[in-house]
Design a protein around this ligand. Structure first.
Ligand code: NOJ
Length: 716
């Protein structure tokens, strides 16, 4: 398709309508020409241009997509196909674990495969682009959207971002979808962990910790990018010229489609940044925002701005060109239905192959937080009590569930039934609701626990208590769940808690008193089978936490790579000594970033650094011997952290700079090595230029971010 020629044929109005995104259902549910009815009248779309709108979101199933595209093209003057966009976040119909969980696998190949599976299911249902990956750095467990992220570490976020984009987009083949990385930028730093709240940080922090994951997604080829709801240095992202034009376009060279978040362009008025729609349109177009998601400032005001000479038509042309190019890249001009196929949707959705991948992914994502020998359970024991509000429900697939379904999700109870032939005693015990105080089910649960050889107790958050606009000021389990837990533990100490959550929780009591805790996160469609694989030891847990679990909510935001201070707290024994600390809580987490146990034991020894001086352009190698000294085959993610002791700006106490996931048989050992180059040591110093500064460094290798063993070297 000759895109430039096509562009030259469009009137100014038609071009402006390409920049608008409305909901797909608008086209589905009203057969009259004037389809903008009900809540959608707020779009203020001129009837003449209804069928010239450029893109739609939140689509639906294959049959609908075909209808919508056909109806649109039949009525459209220019016959430029719509792009269908949707949030395909952790699967489409087959759901794999939430992203925070999947990242706990530290397995980028797995993340790529899962994204490719989601793309396949979505593409045959007519989706052309997914609003994913969400790569916002997430340091605050109060924020509900941490579940969509890959957690608190920039290095891991970059790896996951890259893998996910590759999985979605592949080579832009039939079963791929375009990827829209989001939310640019720093949405994860909302103050107080309260969704949509203000964000404020230095440009150095932004560049050092928050921006790299968006850049990694773009470098991996992401076709599109979504701006955030929040301000960046006082200016809402959707109209932030420095952020979008100067940094993203000019400095990074991104020429893909930039879309606002839902109504976020219009919300610049609520922010108090723009007085009216005209100011919104002016600021957004100057920032080079291409698509306004479900608000109407462009269609209402851009023409006027061009006529007044305040905006050049060429600015609009550039945006339209980017959108048309994406349509062309997706092959929509040749085949507006692309890969949409109800038959293939029926074939691929929740097919055995996809279920198998989702099940494997859920086993790799789970994190064993504690185990005093309760797990794994033998399948030879006579009876198991399966208890808890999350034991007999499919509602463990996780929020942002796209077309996933509870009735297609394997509950823990069903998973255990599938794996175990002994007696199962089930009781719900209590409700998962945060408000519930109903204790009436506890006695039945206690009876079930008493008459069983072991108990699997499923506790946690309701799956819709995390996600967008699900910020929390309390991070513990509801008291009713603790009441149930205490009674069950008294009735049968051979109890393992299986936790379902979309965020780190403050589970101090569980840590102190429970014999075993297996964190499944929100594990997806095959959650129950995966849980059974783990509790019976068919799969050995190997996930490592992607976010620190706080000791108490008052520590949030909490992350392992904090800066040292003038008054560091060097030991937990120090009380009240005018060092940075709390008088009523430790500084450190309940469980640190990178933490996770196994049914086997890994012993680290023979730590070695190839030299203690690194020349410019040179390389050192740090290595460690890891031996499986336990009874089970197991996987271990060996982590390397670096500390720069003195810099032109202060440096974190330690930063992840490499990891390797290995699998060892009992008795097997392997040397794991990490190369250290200038790149490994580089950071944004006082001049905001990324480079390695000369001086002393420490290199740590260990099982998690709390590792203490290090060697020192000097960069010349
Ligand atoms: C708002 C969310 O912030 C964003 O992540 C999502 O892609 C859009 N809604 C569209 O659903």
């Amino acid at each position: 398709m000759d895109i430039k020629k096509l562009l030259s044929k469009l009137t100014l109005e038609e071009k402006i309508y390409q920049l608008m995104q409305i909901r797909a259902y608008t086209y589905l549910y009203d057969s009259s020409l004037n389809i903008i009815t009900g809540p959608d009248t707020k779009y203020g779309i001129d009837e003449k241009y209804v069928y010239e709108v450029g893109t739609v979101l939140n689509c639906g199933v294959a049959e609908n997509m075909i209808k919508i595209q056909e109806k649109y093209l039949a009525n459209s003057k220019n016959k430029i196909p719509l792009i269908f966009m949707q949030d395909v976040i952790h699967g489409y119909r087959t759901l794999y674990p939430i992203n925070l969980g999947l990242a706990s696998s530290f397995d980028t190949d797995l993340a790529e495969k899962c994204a490719a599976m989601a793309a396949k299911e979505a593409s045959v249902d007519g989706i052309h682009l997914t609003f994913a990956p969400m790569v916002d750095l997430a340091r605050d467990a109060r924020w509900g959207r941490v579940m969509e992220s890959s957690g608190e570490d920039t290095y891991l976020n970059c790896k996951m971002a890259e893998a996910t984009v590759k999985g979605y987009q592949g080579d832009f083949g039939k079963y791929n979808v375009a990827s829209c990385v989001k939310h640019f930028a720093a949405y994860g730093a909302a103050e107080g962990g309260r969704d949509y709240n203000t964000v404020d940080m230095s440009e150095r922090t932004l560049r050092e910790y928050y921006l790299p994951s968006y850049k990694a997604a773009i470098d991996a080829g992401a076709s599109s990018l979504m701006t955030a709801f929040n301000v960046v240095d006082g200016i809402p992202a959707a109209g932030n010229k420095w952020l979008v034009k100067d940094l993203l376009r000019d400095e990074w060279g991104f020429n893909g489609v930039v879309i606002s978040d839902y109504a976020a362009a219009y919300e610049m008025i609520n922010h108090g940044f723009c007085e009216d729609e005209k100011e919104v349109a002016y600021n957004a177009i100057n920032a080079t925002l291409d698509i306004e998601m479900v608000s109407n400032c462009y269609v209402l005001k851009l023409k006027e701005l061009v006529e007044e000479g305040k905006v050049k038509e060429s600015q609009i042309d550039e945006c339209v060109l980017r959108i048309l190019e994406l349509k062309d890249k997706l092959g929509l001009f040749d085949n507006p239905h692309r890969s949409t196929s109800p038959e293939e949707a029926a074939k691929f959705h929740v097919c055995p192959e996809h279920r198998a991948l989702a099940r494997y992914a859920a086993t790799q994502s789970a994190v064993l937080l504690k185990n005093e020998g309760v797990l794994p359970l033998s399948k030879d024991i006579g009876s198991i009590a399966v208890i808890g509000p999350l034991a007999n429900t499919g509602e463990i697939f996780g929020n942002w569930f796209c077309n996933g379904r509870a009735d297609e999700t394997i509950s823990v109870l069903d998973g255990i039934k599938n794996a175990y032939t002994g007696v199962i005693n089930y009781a719900e015990g209590c409700s998962v609701s945060r408000e519930s105080t109903d204790e009436s089910g506890i006695s039945e649960a206690v009876e079930a626990a008493k008459k069983s050889d072991a108990v699997i107790l499923c506790l946690g958050e309701h799956q819709f208590d995390n996600g967008e606009c699900k910020s929390k000021a309390f991070l513990d389990l509801p008291e009713i769940q603790y009441k149930l837990y205490r009674e069950i533990l008294k009735a049968n100490p051979n109890t393992a808690v299986v936790l379902f959550t979309g965020r780190p929780l403050t589970i101090r009591e569980l840590k102190d008193t429970s014999p075993a805790i297996l964190n499944m996160w929100e594990p997806g469609t095959e959650g129950g089978n995966a849980c059974a694989d783990l509790i019976f030891g068919d799969v050995n847990p190997s996930g490592k936490l992607t976010m620190s679990f706080p000791y108490t909510v008052g520590q949030c935001p909490l992350y392992y790579n904090y800066y040292t201070t003038g008054r560091p707290k060097v030991s937990d024994d120090i009380k009240n000594a005018y060092v940075t600390s709390y008088i009523d809580s430790p500084n450190g987490p309940l469980y640190p970033f990178g933490y996770g146990l196994s049914y086997t034991e890994f012993e680290y020894s023979d730590f070695n650094l190839s030299g203690d001086v690194m020349e410019r352009g040179g390389k050192l190698t740090a290595s460690v011997k890891v031996k499986n000294v336990g009874k089970y085959k197991g996987k271990e993610t060996v982590q390397m952290y670096i500390r720069d002791l003195f810099g032109s700006t202060v440096r974190p106490i330690k930063e992840l700079r490499g990891y390797e996931k290995i699998e060892l048989m009992p008795g097997e050992e392997r040397v794991v090595s990490f190369d250290i180059t200038e790149d490994t040591l580089a950071f944004y110093g006082s001049d905001l230029v990324k480079k390695a500064e000369s001086g002393k460094f420490h290199v740590f290798i260990g099982k998690n971010s709390a590792c203490t063993h290090f060697a020192e070297f000097v960069l010349k």
